[in-house]
Design a protein. Structure first.
Length: 394
């Protein structure tokens, strides 16, 4: 069978034919406490959203601007509920409430910014989030209008009901019940809007779909900020984490412990380490991941790494082309044969490439035990999945 060129091999290594045999990303698992915390916060978020829209509903009924004291009261309940949830411990995201009395919304957000790592976004406090998305659509003017008042009140009930569905599911650790819960609260919203429009005048009509979409968008954003998962793998960067990509897989841009150590390189230093392999039979392409001690060694720059500088290929033919990418804690290398070798690489053990590291200032010397090499996938000369290939660093 005719062998495949590098581009085809590379596509196979990144495609379903190879990836199907690889382990799927593993998300951090929720704990009983993180489930209870998420449930409590989601329920509180829904209640406060309803409270905020009810403030606007009262204003529409009276033909006045919204009462800021009403908004403040709703927000105070939200802060207190989050604080209560966090006091029980185990929350996936902490510091979403401030245990100070009398802080207004601006001060609360300012304290968030000081306490919480800003590499992820906290959910908007409901007065800003829900009101900004819904009120302009349902109250285009300040005139007295009972129809719009009813719509605002029921929009709040919908937000509360929807988050209530997610809260119940989070508490049980199960998927949200779409039929018995989500669809039920959607039907209530649609029925309430239809009823309101039978009692004109209404400033807006036929808008239930747009309001539903706006509130569901708000809910989705809120749920991202109140995850069920706890700790590394939750998707939130929380000190001492330096990254969190939503899984605990090590062979990607964020390591399995969600922490990439810092290093001040000794410019011009060179500490070479060779990556070797063993294989049960001839192969045509391989993708490896080299986890290196980033507190002791550094590859100059990050991302795509060029050959001839930081990386030396050892084999030459038949692995005529190679690609490398540095994630600052590990290096991914993909090597594939060229058209000159129809039977694949004939040696069943040897060196694949050498990495030239710079040492870290003040760090001890690296040892072989500091490295881990993983074969992510491999292919034979025909492009079929090949198992049993291993790699090592020495």
């Amino acid at each position: 069978m005719k062998n495949l060129d590098f581009r085809t091999m590379l596509a196979l290594l990144g495609g379903a034919a190879i990836v199907a045999g690889a382990a799927a990303p593993v998300a951090a698992q929720p704990t009983p406490l993180s489930l209870l915390c998420a449930s409590a916060k989601q329920k509180a978020h829904g209640k406060t959203a309803a409270g905020v829209l009810n403030c606007h509903s009262k204003a529409a009924k009276a033909g006045t601007t919204v009462d800021t004291l009403c908004i403040d009261k709703a927000e105070a309940k939200w802060v207190a509920a989050h604080a209560k949830a966090e006091l029980k411990g185990g929350c996936a995201v902490e510091a979403q409430s401030i245990l100070f009395g009398g802080t207004d919304a601006g001060e609360v957000q300012g304290l968030y910014d000081l306490i919480v790592d800003e590499t992820f976004t906290l959910p908007d406090d409901p007065p800003a989030g829900i009101a900004d998305q819904v009120v302009p659509l349902l109250r285009p003017n300040l005139a007295i209008n009972k129809c719009q008042s009813d719509k605002l009140k029921n929009a709040g009930k919908f937000a509360s009901g929807l988050l209530g569905c997610h809260s119940k599911a989070a508490k049980k650790g199960t998927p949200v019940d779409q039929v018995k819960c989500v669809d039920k609260v959607r039907a209530k919203l649609q029925g309430a809007f239809a009823k309101a429009e039978t009692k004109p005048p209404c400033d807006t009509t036929g808008d239930v779909a747009s309001i539903q979409a706006a509130i569901e968008s708000f809910v989705e954003q809120a749920l991202v900020g109140m995850p069920r998962n706890d700790g590394c793998g939750s998707g939130f960067v929380i000190t001492p984490e330096t990254c969190d990509d939503g899984n605990v897989v090590n062979t990607d841009n964020c390591p399995s412990d969600c922490t990439i150590a810092t290093c001040t390189p000794n410019a011009g230093s060179d500490d070479p380490w060779a990556v070797s392999f063993t294989a049960p039979k001839n192969f045509g392409a391989v993708r490896v991941f080299v986890d290196y001690p980033e507190d002791k060694l550094s590859i100059l720059g990050s991302g795509d790494v060029s050959l001839g500088g930081d990386i030396d290929t050892i084999l030459g033919e038949p692995f005529t082309v190679a690609s490398f990418n540095d994630a600052n804690h590990g290096l991914t290398g993909v090597l594939a044969e060229g058209l000159a070798s129809p039977t694949g690489f004939g040696v069943l053990a040897g060196d694949l490439f050498t990495i030239h590291f710079e040492t870290c200032n003040g760090a001890p010397a690296a040892s072989a035990g500091d490295f881990t090499c993983t074969v992510i996938d491999a292919a034979d000369p025909a492009g079929k999945v090949l198992t049993g290939v291993t790699c090592n660093v020495n």
